[in-house]
Write a protein that binds this ligand. Structure first.
Ligand code: ASP
Ligand code: MG
Length: 438
């Protein structure tokens, strides 16, 4: 069985939804289709929840009405029969109507969780109804029936597996359609897998059913070897290992949800990234195979804050790091990069919401310096010691740039360099010229 996940732009219009139906049809065997919300919908839903929280019912109602209007041409063009159109409008009315009811009540956080997932309910119901109208053999499987989180807020793999296995026994249709993003939390309430979480839904399903392959259909022809918004002439990477893809997904290659590699990697389910608009393009295949190209890709992550703690008490001391780390743990702030010397430690965070409190609590341990607006540049590949000279090439490329931190050796797949964001463009272009010869 294959899992085929289509992102928001892939289902962004009637024409695209029809195209997705053709791609699904052209795929042999049984398939589990996972859909995102129509592009832009979740953003609007998030806005609505913000108005709702601030008790701005009017603003929320206006956003909602505009959202509803945006579905008119989609429904109208998608269905051929009058009956189909009626069903289509009914779907949009039903789920957006749900939101309308909620926003007129006093705010409560769980209502926001219900609001943000309505986009996936709409897209999957429309797609399912369209396939039915086309006379296809299809079943709609609600994600809420199987996608569960455990007490730590993480996907509960044993439960998910058991439930999907049960569903597959009952459902004999060749095409199963489900919502990405949506799940239930430990109390059974509606929840989500965070923004961009449909990729994660797809690989969780893929892992649960031990799928032949998980296909992530998006609007770019695979993971690129550099950021196409900054560098010209980037190229799709045909093969990546799970480790490399994981590093890239976290470091700014926004194509994949950063967590989505984990279940695929654990269960050795290959992940293939494909371009919905160019289905013949090879895309990127991610497997457990290591392939020997030294440098595969460069990625950058902005919005990084660097924190340096300098203290002579670090010399020959033990337990110092633990105390420092405990401060970050207390504020549930994860550390991305870390470098140390005998008297100082520098680390980076990408969530500065508790920065001032963290800095206050670090002060007893030494002098604390903070640099904001930093960018992590990450060079990904099979960077083992046998590949001599890679370091030299990298530093040659960055000759003119002030480097704030360098981290190598954390894994065999990554060298991370922290620079001020103002040097990012120059760094990416220069690395591209130095490391890839086209
Ligand atoms: N619709 C959700 C979002 O926009 C989930 C997804 O598309 O992956 O974040
Ligand atoms: Mg996405």
């Amino acid at each position: 069985m294959k899992v085929m996940k289509f992102g928001g732009t892939s289902v962004g219009s009637a024409e695209r939804i029809k195209h997705v139906a053709t791609l699904v049809e052209a795929t042999e065997g049984k398939k589990f289709v996972v859909l995102s919300a129509v592009s832009g919908t979740t953003n609007v839903l998030v806005k609505i929840t913000e108005h709702f929280r601030k008790n701005q019912v009017n603003e929320a109602t206006i956003e909602l009405a505009a959202l509803k209007d945006s579905y008119q041409p989609l429904v109208d063009e998608l269905f051929t029969s009058e009956d189909g159109k009626v069903k289509g409008y009914e779907i949009v009315d039903r789920y957006l109507g749900e939101i309308k009811k909620l926003i007129t009540q006093p705010y409560y956080p769980q209502a926001s969780k219900v609001i943000v997932v309505q986009g996936e309910l709409i897209s999957t119901n429309l797609f399912y109804t369209y396939l039915k109208e086309q006379g296809r053999e299809v079943a709609l499987v609600p994600a809420m029936d199987f996608m569960s989180l455990n007490q730590y807020g993480e996907p509960d793999m044993p439960v998910i597996t058991e439930r999907i296995t049960g569903i597959l026994k009952e459902r004999k249709e060749t095409t199963l359609v489900t919502q990405g993003f949506i799940c239930r939390n430990i109390s059974g309430g509606i929840d989500n897998l965070k923004r961009g979480g449909s990729d994660y839904s797809a690989t969780l399903i893929g892992a649960a059913i031990q799928a032949e392959e998980v296909q992530i259909w998006t609007d770019i022809d695979g993971m690129h070897n550099n950021d196409p918004r900054v560098v010209e002439k980037t190229q799709p990477i045909s093969k990546l290992s799970f480790e490399e893809a994981g590093e890239l997904a976290y470091f700014g290659a926004k194509i994949l949800h950063p967590n989505c590699i984990i279940p695929a990697q654990k269960n050795k389910v290959p992940v293939r990234i494909k371009n919905t608009m160019k289905p013949d393009a090879e895309g990127t295949l991610i497997t457990s195979e290591q392939n020997p190209t030294a440098v595969k890709a460069i990625a950058a992550k902005d919005g990084i804050t660097a924190i340096k703690i300098k203290s002579s008490r670090m010399i020959m001391a033990y337990g110092f790091m633990r105390k420092v780390f405990e401060v970050f743990e207390k504020y549930k702030t994860s550390i991305d990069m870390i470098t140390t010397s005998e008297i100082a430690v520098s680390l980076t965070i990408d969530d500065p919401s508790h920065l001032s409190k963290i800095v206050e609590e670090l002060k007893p341990y030494g002098t604390v310096e903070v640099d904001e607006q930093q960018t992590i540049i990450c060079i990904v590949g099979d960077l083992v010691a046998e590949h001599k000279g890679v370091g030299r090439e990298i530093f040659k490329a960055l000759d003119e740039i002030t480097l704030r931190m360098i981290s190598y050796g954390g894994s065999r797949n990554n060298i991370s360099i922290l620079v001020d964001t103002k040097y990012k463009r120059e760094a990416l272009i220069s690395l591209n010229d130095q490391l890839f010869d086209f």
